[in-house]
Design a protein around this ligand. Structure first.
Ligand code: ADP
Ligand code: ASP
Ligand code: MG
Length: 471
């Protein structure tokens, strides 16, 4: 019998009405295809941001705002609960409400202690930011029981074991597999639908962690892989993966299929619809992946496939990341000196920054790389420190940043076979007077990235998007 792990995003559980739609989908999937289903849920939309803000405000000496936030969160969940749980026996409804109340109370008290400490550490943030998922899982499970099906909320802190990289933790898959199979296996074999919190995990010694913002997609992939799911379905608020961000390009089209490579590049280079870390676990475990719309379940959505046949268009989609900085390390004395790149990126890595894109001039007189804008100062400082001697000798002239840039990435597996694709991209951007600062081609040859000024990002996306419509 087929096992499907399905994840509902923040908007899909953002109101009582949305949750009702999600619950109907879960019900229909269990009924019609007699499948075993594991559900992963995000926090109600907006809640994670509020939780984070409350902790930060508490640390910065604004306890009134964090108390107000706790109240907003409580009201939001209680309002949804009073609508969704009407069908439940009084005792069950009371128990769900008490649990939600307990979570908000814990949050409020936590903010008080943070106020005393005066510091919101990554560890403290992780202890609180997953509370939205813990509440939504209880609401969704209650709503499913209201339809007469057995469902139970499960905190992923009991399933996903992670390293201690708070705010962006990585799963320890062996430990996770054992815990997940044991705990969820027991529920599934008893005909109970597990409603698991997305986004969170816990270290080996039980401290709460989060997998990074937008990480519930990743949770679904981790749990799907741990359980040996046949499929992972990502239920969101658009019909599928589109040829561009629909908020930037209103006439962006839904893509019926995409290869794992293409979706990886799209997600990595900014398409918010899927967390970039989602792909690897499903790909390695050979799990089918699908993106569908909670608000339009009849639409087939996007199916992620092994490869895309020769008939597919060379350019499938265009995406962008904003708020970046282009760092350049420059100097005539770098020519032929071994190890400059290794030392540069070693210095960057020590700041904990990940580099989004690298380009080196063939004359070896400069290395350019792109990092998030917020990290630029610390990166420049680290590189300057690393090359203090070289800078003193004038072998390296300068380490500087061009702030306010973005990366625009064009994705399509067919680009490899079709000549002249890069030419078309540059004609399109050139015609719209977008100045391209740097270029790289992805090693898988299914993407080309352009660095442009932040002010040009949307114009570049608009200029390139028509190419996704032509063969
Ligand atoms: P969820 O809460 O379900 O995880 P997200 O907001 O994280 O949803 O992701 C879905 C959103 O991603 C869409 O509403 C859309 O605005 C945005 N998006 C950006 N790029 C794309 C793209 N290429 N295709 C589809 N959606 C995209
Ligand atoms: N609730 C978390 C966030 O807002 C995780 C997610 O929605 O995927 O980042
Ligand atoms: Mg998301």
């Amino acid at each position: 019998m087929k096992l499907v792990t399905m994840k509902f995003g923040g908007t899909s559980v953002g109101s009582a009405e949305a949750i009702r739609g999600a619950v109907q989908i879960i019900h229909d999937t269990c009924e019609s295809e007699a499948e075993r289903v594991v559900v992963v849920v995000s926090a109600m939309s907006g809640v994670t941001n509020l939780l984070q803000e409350g902790v930060v405000r508490a640390a910065n000496g604004d306890p009134e705002r964090s108390t107000a936030i706790a109240q907003i969160i409580r009201d939001k969940h209680e309002e949804a609960a009073s609508d969704l749980l009407a069908e439940l026996p009084t005792e069950d409804r009371g128990a769900v409400l008490a649990e939600i109340d307990g979570i908000v109370e814990d949050y409020r008290r936590f903010c008080e202690s943070i106020g005393v400490l005066g510091e919101a550490t990554p560890r403290a943030l992780d202890a609180t930011m997953g509370m939205g998922e813990r509440m939504s899982a209880r609401l969704v499970a209650g709503a499913i029981r209201g339809m007469g099906m057995a469902a139970q909320p499960v905190d992923a802190t009991e399933l996903i074991v992670t390293d201690t990289n708070f705010q962006s933790a990585a799963p320890l898959m062996d430990e996770t597999r054992i815990k997940t199979r044991e705990r969820l296996g027991a529920l599934i074999s008893n005909g109970i639908v597990p409603i698991v919190t997305g986004f969170i995990g816990a270290t080996l010694d039980g401290r709460a962690t989060t997998l990074g913002r937008g990480g519930s997609d990743y949770s679904a992939a981790i749990l799907g892989a741990a359980l040996g799911s046949d499929e992972v379905w990502i239920w969101t608020d658009v019909d599928g993966v589109m040829s561009a961000d629909p908020r930037v390009v209103p006439d962006a089209r839904i893509l019926d299929t995409l290869s794992y490579r293409e979706i990886s590049e799209l997600a990595y280079f900014g398409a918010k619809v899927l967390h970039p870390k989602t792909i690897r676990p499903v790909l390695e475990a050979g799990i089918a992946l699908r993106v569908k719309n909670t608000f339009n379940p009849a639409h087939p959505g996007t199916q992620i496939v092994e490869t895309n046949g020769v008939t597919s268009r060379p350019i499938k989609a265009v995406t962008a990341i904003r708020d970046l900085s282009l760092i350049t390390v420059e100097g005539k004395g770098m020519l032929g000196v071994p190890g400059i790149a290794a030392r540069t990126f070693g210095a960057v890595a020590r700041t904990g920054t990940s580099v989004l894109m690298i380009s080196q001039s063939s004359s070896e007189q400069s290395i350019c790389f792109v990092v998030p804008l917020t990290t630029a100062d610390s990166v420049i400082e680290a590189v300057n420190r690393e090359f203090e001697a070289e800078i003193g000798r004038r072998d390296i002239d300068e380490v500087f940043s061009q702030d306010e840039v973005g990366i625009v990435t064009v994705v399509g597996g067919g680009m490899r076979e079709v000549p002249g694709v890069a030419g078309k991209i540059f004609s399109a951007t050139g015609a719209d007077e977008v100045n391209v600062i740097a270029i790289t081609q992805g090693s898988s040859e299914c993407s080309i990235s352009l660095v442009v000024a932040s002010a040009d990002v949307d114009r570049a996306v608009h200029a390139i998007h028509p190419l996704t419509m032509t063969d």
